[in-house]
Write a protein that binds this ligand. Structure first.
Ligand code: NAD
Ligand code: TYD
Length: 365
């Protein structure tokens, strides 16, 4: 177990954030520490997707502690919970990349299903031993995805909390399984769980194997921008800090046993997203070689590729008053600028094993 800063749980019981060194988790921890006094303990296995540099801004912050470990390691998590006595667990920890799940699903089963099961059991044991008042206020918030609902036709209404589960990829199937476990731990044992199902996120610190950072990185390097299939697949994009604000609202005011669908009300086709990135780069970092759009290349499609995702976020808007602050245009511009200003971050994460990944995912296309 690595403790980077000293645990200070004497004043306020902390929130335990699992997967907090990844893309959304790190944004959540950074935003949290900027906005409130409740301490945070980040637990992360530091897989290829986890990066302690994402949390470098918190170095020396007494309200933040980092612990390296696996959500599926029961003894380790049990010891941690009894030491830090969290008021809530926010579970971001997961294998999260659809393409990786297609080429190697086992890690997705291990972390997303078995890991979530073990975390639930360890959390239940801890929660059972809490005094009544703390038991009532404890929350287990499981961060999930809209991909559990499957694919929408062009005319279909967006997904909402009561949409049937119909996952299509090893990733979404493993997340769906984890959602079912979380729900059952509430129904059977009374564990005060909440599930959030969010649409595609983008923003700072996203690992550059996902669409938006990959396209920015490739464009700046003058490499092909690989658009799968016809590029007409649709995703509902949400700026990451808006997702983090939604999770804070759910943690504060969400009802145990409920799920909340979160989305940006911002449906875009992949080809439109890539063109918008190229336009933004043409303005922010014009190239002597001409428009970045020249690098767009259509490549063979992802197997089983979901055609359209979209979320109706009416429940969280009405019940909790949450709404996104960024439009797709403003959020994308911020994101492009962040990647331009933080080239060293991208350079450090694309070194080494990332190159092997590009070879594995794109050489056969
Ligand atoms: P990510 O891959 O960037 O981060 C995942 C983090 O979890 C990494 O830091 C990794 O080291 C850590 N981790 C993996 N296995 C672990 C384990 N066994 N124990 C402890 N830590 C472990 O993912 P992300 O994009 O930040 O997504 C976070 C969560 O949000 C995931 O559960 C994902 O399903 C969900 N989600 C993501 C999106 C999106 O667009 N990225 C949208 C909706 C929901
Ligand atoms: P991705 O960022 O992998 O997220 P998800 O699969 O969870 O939605 O991909 C977003 C969309 O972009 C998806 O429809 C697949 C597509 N895509 C490409 O066209 N080319 C690429 O190189 C990547 C990584 C994704």
């Amino acid at each position: 177990m690595t403790v980077v800063t000293t645990l200070r749980t004497d004043e306020l019981r902390p929130v335990l954030v699992t997967g907090g060194a990844g893309f959304i988790g790190a944004n959540f921890v950074l935003d949290w520490c900027a906005g409130q006094d409740v301490p945070v303990v980040t637990l992360d296995k530091l897989t290829y997707a986890g990066n302690l540099h994402n949390l470098a801004g918190l170095h020396g912050n007494e309200r933040h502690s980092f612990v390296r470990g696996d959500i599926g390691d029961v003894d380790f998590v049990r010891t941690l919970l009894s030491r830090i006595k969290p008021r809530a667990i926010v579970n971001f920890a997961a294998e999260s990349h659809v393409d990786r799940s297609i080429l190697g699903p086992e890690d997705f089963i291990t972390t997303n299903i078995v890991g979530t099961f073990r975390l639930l059991e360890t959390a239940r044991e801890y929660w059972t031993g809490l005094p009544q008042r703390e038991k009532e206020s404890f929350r287990f918030l499981h961060v999930s995805t809209d991909e559990v609902y499957g694919s929408l036709t062009p005319e279909a209404d967006p997904f909402h909390e009561a949409s049937p589960y119909s996952p299509n990829s090893p990733y979404s199937a493993s997340k769906a399984a984890s959602d079912h476990l979380v729900r059952a731990w509430h129904h059977t044992y009374g564990l005060p769980v909440i599930i959030t199902n969010c649409s595609n996120n983008y923003g700072p610190y996203q690992f550059p194997e996902k669409l938006i950072p990959l396209m920015i990185h490739h464009a700046l390097a003058g490499k092909p921008l690989p658009v799968y299939g016809d590029g007409q697949q649709i995703r509902d994009w949400l700026y990451v800090s808006d997702h983090c604000a939604a999770i804070r609202a759910v943690l504060r005011e969400g009802q145990p046993g409920h799920t909340y669908a979160i989305g940006g009300d911002s449906e875009k086709s992949n080809i439109d997203v890539v063109r918008t990135i190229c336009d933004a780069l043409d303005q922010e970092r014009p190239s002597a070689k001409g428009s970045y759009g020249q690098y767009i290349t259509f490549v063979p499609d992802r197997p089983g590729h979901d055609r359209r995702y979209a979320i109706n976020a009416g429940k969280i808007r009405q019940m909790l008053g949450w709404r996104p602050r960024e439009s797709f245009e403003s959020g994308l511009r911020k994101t492009v600028r962040w990647y331009l200003d933080n080239a060293a971050w991208t350079d450090s994460v694309v070194a080494g094993s990332y190159r092997d990944w590009l070879g594995r995912n794109y050489s056969a296309r």
